[in-house]
Design a protein around this ligand. Structure first.
Ligand code: CDT
Length: 319
């Protein structure tokens, strides 16, 4: 096969009291299952090593907060994951909270079967708020705990595939996929923690799964690439998060999907011929894109004034 059998290792809830060692033991078990199912690459969730801590209010420097970050990767607790992957000959995507000098990032890495870190991504679209607001049903304080990613959306040639990464909220933004699409990305790996019940009127639990598949299927289709997405899900410390981990083909179809809210391995044969074919016709970017018509995308952040052509140019009579 011209591609890679990809596993998505969905993870069920991680409670505050769970140690890194316990979590890494769950991950190595998922790697074993991935091996048995022929996977060469496995995607783990966002912030996969701990409970989803941005739901609580801390001050920088609080010992409990600082303990959620990794200073080194691999470190003593994560080394067994790297060792197991090397023994099994499997590469992986791992999300974790990164301490980098004075900065803090919500980070993901691509690790090759040799244990070499092929590339890194730092989350760009940080959701939520920097300050708590007791009127909300629940907090989501990523803007408080992380700096905006400073690496852009790189694509790495690794494991025989052009691979890109993003993290959770990034999957809702078309720019995320397109910037990688413009590098010829063939497979995008991503992990997420998507809470429900925080009180947003139009992001109710009923729509959370729909928006999950809607955005990722669109991103895969529009950019003719595979998307492999791993949830951390279930109920953490009383807070529910969606599952629905999935693998999506370059034609936008879901080819594998998790059925539980627990640790669960799904897998699919990701054939890169399909991605390459899809890039030659409708989404042949070089042939069909018109960047001169897209200037507001890079010139504006939020919505601004209307942009209207000259009436004469439109051939309107009153010109
Ligand atoms: N982790 C993460 O990015 N979660 C967001 C939830 C935002 S709700 C404030 C997501 O897009 O799923």
């Amino acid at each position: 096969m011209d591609g890679i059998v990809t596993g998505v290792a969905q993870m069920g809830a991680i409670q505050k009291a769970d140690t890194r060692e316990t979590v890494v033991a769950r991950m190595t078990e998922l790697l074993r299952e991935a091996k048995a199912r022929g996977c060469g690459f496995v995607v783990f969730p966002e912030l996969a090593l701990t409970t989803f801590f941005p739901r609580w209010v801390y001050d920088r420097g609080d010992a409990e907060l600082e303990a959620f970050y990794e200073d080194t990767m691999p470190g003593p607790a994560t080394r067994p994951l790297f060792d197991m992957a090397r023994d099994l000959g499997i590469g992986f995507y791992l999300g974790y909270a990164e301490k980098a000098g004075a900065k803090r990032f919500n980070t993901a890495i691509l690790v090759e079967p040799s244990g070499r870190i092929a590339g890194k991504y730092r989350k760009v679209h940080l959701p939520g708020h920097a300050e708590p607001d007791p009127s909300r049903l629940g907090e989501h304080l990523e803007k408080r705990y992380f700096d905006v990613g400073d690496l852009g959306f790189p694509v790495y040639e690794t494991m025989g595939v052009k691979m890109g990464m993003c993290i959770c909220n990034d999957r809702r933004w078309p720019e995320t996929y397109r910037v990688m699409g413009l590098q010829g990305v063939e497979l995008i790996a991503l992990g997420y923690n998507t809470p429900t019940g925080l009180g947003e009127p139009y992001q109710a639990a009923a729509q959370a799964n729909f928006h999950n598949s809607l955005t990722m299927q669109a991103g895969a289709y529009h950019n003719a690439c595979w998307v492999a997405a791993a949830a951390k899900c279930g109920v953490e410390e009383g807070f529910p998060m969606i599952g629905q981990s999935m693998i999506i083909s370059p034609l936008g179809e879901v080819v594998a999907q998790a059925a539980t809210l627990e640790d669960e391995l799904i897998a699919a044969r990701c054939d890169m011929k399909m991605a390459r074919y899809a890039k030659t016709e409708i989404f042949n970017l070089a042939r069909h894109r018109r960047p001169e018509a897209y200037r507001p995308i890079v010139e504006r952040v939020g919505a601004g004034d209307l942009i209207q052509p000259d009436r004469k140019q439109m051939g309107l009579d009153d010109a």
